[in-house]
Design a protein around this ligand. Sequence first.
Ligand code: CA
Length: 224
Amino acid sequence: MRILIVEDEVGLADAVSAILKREGYETDTANDGISGLELAMEGKYDCILLDIMLPRMNGLDVLSYLRVKENETPVLLLTARSETDDKIKGLDCGADDYLTKPFSMGELLARIRAMTRRRGIVPDINPKYGDITLEMKKGELICGRNSVILGRKEFQMMELLISNAGQITTKEQFVKKIWGTDDESEYNNVEVYISFLRKKLVMLHSAVQIKTRRGIGYCLDGAK
Ligand code: CA
């Protein structure tokens, strides 16, 4: 398992690298956005830890460029507390997860394990609900002739909603299944991704809606 660390705080990059190596990962480190992007484009990494505020090219631009070039390596954004807006932008540009600095190494390792585990085997069956189909291999949500690529977390959330069709999926279930934690502070993320999914359903002109059951969770509606 090879991990790329793109972080301009050299002390932090070195500390993270040392701990990952101790855990059995191979690591490479870049201290600015351009060198990070060049390494990332080689496509040999299982995971990229990407700081947002970087010299030469910021982390969000690096991430957008990778995704435009169809490099789908899982990306964990490292953000400072003051960069909340960037965090949302980052998720929108295709980051898989983010971690707010300062973070504990235990937390970092847990996120890396969760992200890489989720890259596992892709089943052959495409889940359906109403007029929508989740294309597992391409990571697309399809409605009639329209289709849209879902981000990794959006995809997992839609998969969970479809597999729980007819019942409510609670925020706790999303957080447990997708973030691999039961930390209530992740509940806001669930709301953010639900809003992304709702926008995409509208874009697809689907009759399917994600209904909020206040205080409980979400469920799909609109199958005939
Ligand atoms: Ca930085």
